[in-house]
Design a protein around this ligand. Structure first.
Ligand code: PLP
Length: 276
């Protein structure tokens, strides 16, 4: 089954999809995106993802190319056409195509790209054994709540993590405040309470993060969204990271320092079970 794209109003094989060099996404990273995965063939938490897409669009004064109901239909059609057991849908909107200059004409037609690929599978041992992460300086902009396609700091720091044999890199501010990883949110557990940095302008309000907070709160697990420090994380009983593609992965080391007893913790394992 070939991977599929939706571009310029048609479904085509992803390998044949081309964008013009004057696409402002290509020239300026002037665009936003979402990643939605399916569970049992259906897009998981799609309304939440599309609400965040609207938030990102508003954040950069971008007009979405179609109403959300139409985007939902395109997503459903693409999933059905692609025919994978489980699909990862990538949705990107750029401001449009225009000769390269920083300002842009107000009537620019936004460019929509959807891609449909098999949902990535994570080796089960990562969930059972946990992963190591490194810490890196927070060098990103002040609107990380916008899911912008400008991801150079994330790309560079993720590469550093991989080169050090780790799965993720956690952005940490000069004052020791922790933010999030390059493509995941962070949680830690201390004395049975779940801690995670607040969903302000400095992190992406992860859809998985929101799902976990809701599920945990419904089960009377105490959740505390507040500014957290690296020292607190290092002294935590358990830690894990979350995203739509990985769900939840236990974190057992930070910069080589063991979290808790260096094994995935009991609350982390319980929370993994919240996913349908
Ligand atoms: C910077 C960043 N934080 C957090 C997340 C997790 O978000 P979600 O749970 O919506 O996938 C992502 C996902 O790609 C991300 O890129």
């Amino acid at each position: 089954m070939p991977e599929l794209a939706y571009l310029e109003n048609s479904f085509i094989p992803l390998a044949e999809a081309r964008v013009p060099v004057n696409d402002r996404g290509y020239l300026f990273a002037d665009g936003i995106y979402e990643v939605i995965v399916t569970r049992e063939g259906r897009p998981f938490l799609q309304p939440e993802h599309l609400a965040r897409l609207e938030h990102s669009a508003a954040g950069i004064n971008l007009r979405l190319p179609a109403p959300l109901s139409q985007l939902e239909k395109l997503i459903a059609t693409g999933i059905a056409k692609a025919g994978f057991a489980e699909t990862m849908v990538y949705l990107q909107v750029t401001r449009g195509t225009a000769p390269r200059r920083h300002d842009y004409p107000g009537d620019l037609e936004p460019n929509l790209l959807l891609t449909f690929r098999p949902r990535p599978e994570y080796p089960p041992e990562l969930g059972q054994e946990g992963i190591g992460i490194i810490t890196v300086p927070e060098i990103r902009w002040a609107r990380c709540d916008i899911k912008s396609i400008a991801l150079l700091p994330n790309v560079m720091m993720k590469q550093q993590a991989v080169e050090k044999g780790c799965r993720e890199a956690l952005f940490v501010c000069a004052d020791d405040t922790i933010r999030e990883c390059t493509a995941a949110n962070i949680f830690f557990v201390k004395n049975d309470t779940l801690f995670t940095p607040p969903a302000d302008h400095h992190i992406l309000a992860g859809i998985t993060r929101g799902f976990i907070i809701k599920q945990a709160s419904a089960r009377k697990i105490e959740v505390c969204e507040r500014k957290c420090t690296l020292e607190e994380l290092r002294e935590a009983d358990e830690a894990f990271i979350t995203s739509s593609t990985m769900d939840l992965l236990p974190v057992t080391t930070v910069d080589g320092h063991a979290i808790g007893n260096g094994r995935p913790g009991p609350l982390t394992s319980r929370i993994r079970g919240f996913f349908p």
